[in-house]
Design a protein around this ligand. Structure first.
Ligand SMILES: [Zn+2]
Length: 160
């Protein structure tokens, strides 16, 4: 990085720290010629992963939507939020490796594969509805109803 003071090209990193949300790294550098300090930022170049729905609509991969679907599927299960975040990120990474646009059912399948390793019950919940829907918002709605009725049944007083 060229020194803003003397134009020298040699510097060393004296401090490096990640932003709170982990999306950028700030580096404090010192010019080896004039010893001037300056700061650079490094961040990911965002190339959105595109998902193609059955209807042909393309939309960017929505991490939050995947997490919301997972939350619905893992309701009352021993799975924590960080695990769901990791799962959604792992799914996104694996889909990126395929290259190009990804059909929405591939997203569901990739989620299911990983969810199975995490919690079988949640995976069954997820699997029972994901084939029917094209959109994770629909999964989420359906799963919420599903888990709600399951919980109601489990806690309902016995009928005589
Ligand atoms: Zn300099």
């Amino acid at each position: 990085m060229r020194c803003p003071t003397c134009g020298g090209f040699d510097d060393k990193v004296v401090d490096s720290r990640q932003s709170e949300d982990g999306t950028s790294i700030r580096r404090r550098r010192a010019c080896l010629t004039c010893n001037q300090r300056f700061t650079t930022f490094e961040r990911l170049e965002e190339v959105p992963l595109m998902v193609v729905k059955r209807s042909g609509t393309r939309e960017p991969f929505d991490h939050a939507k995947v997490v919301a679907g997972l939350e619905a599927a893992t309701k009352a299960r021993p799975v924590d939020a960080a695990q769901l975040e990791d799962l959604a990120s792992a799914v996104e990474e694996s889909l990126r490796l395929l290259g190009g646009d990804v059909p929405s059912n591939e997203v569901g399948r990739a989620v299911l594969e990983r969810l199975r390793d995490l919690d079988v019950v949640a995976a069954v919940r997820f699997a029972s509805v994901y084939k029917e829907f094209d959109d994770l918002a629909d999964f989420e709605r359906e799963l919420t109803e599903l888990t709600h009725s399951a919980l109601t049944k489990a806690t309902a007083p016995k009928q005589h």
